[in-house]
Design a protein around this ligand. Structure first.
Ligand SMILES: [Zn+2]
Length: 132
């Protein structure tokens, strides 16, 4: 952390106001969809590509039914985000702050979760790095 920047009243005020809620939802969703599905939008059951007319719904993490195999799914189904309690904007901010070496207590404050949750996700990201 840059101590000169932190002493600047504008920077200090911005840091205090910074949170996962100050981001645009569609930007976070697009980033997360790209992370979860680098090969594009597909049914997690049979692998058929999501139809163009359903892409918007898929990209907003809405529920779809596959016309081929009948499986119900969202963009999160079967991915590392499946079952996660964090919202896309929280994951986005958490991942960005982890990459910037921000301390876990500050990340926890920025996304409104416990430090334990932040440490859980840091470990999860390490696991994902090892897999990919
Ligand atoms: Zn399918």
């Amino acid at each position: 952390m840059n101590h000169i920047a932190m002493k600047n009243p504008i920077a200090t005020s911005a840091a205090a106001a910074f949170s996962a809620d100050c981001l645009r939802r569609e930007v976070c969703l697009a980033w997360l969809a790209g992370q979860l599905h680098p090969a594009g939008a597909r049914c997690p059951g049979c692998g058929v590509a999501v139809a163009d007319r359903q892409l918007e719904r898929w990209q907003s993490f809405g529920r779809l039914q596959c016309p081929e195999c009948g499986k119900f799914y969202t963009a999160v189904t079967g991915t590392w985000m499946s079952g996660a309690k964090l919202k896309p904007n929280q994951i986005f901010v958490l991942a960005a702050l982890v990459a910037m070496d921000v301390d876990a207590p500050l990340i926890a404050a920025a996304i409104g979760v416990s430090e334990v949750t932040v440490r859980f996700w840091i470990e999860k990201f390490k696991t994902l790095e090892a897999v990919s």
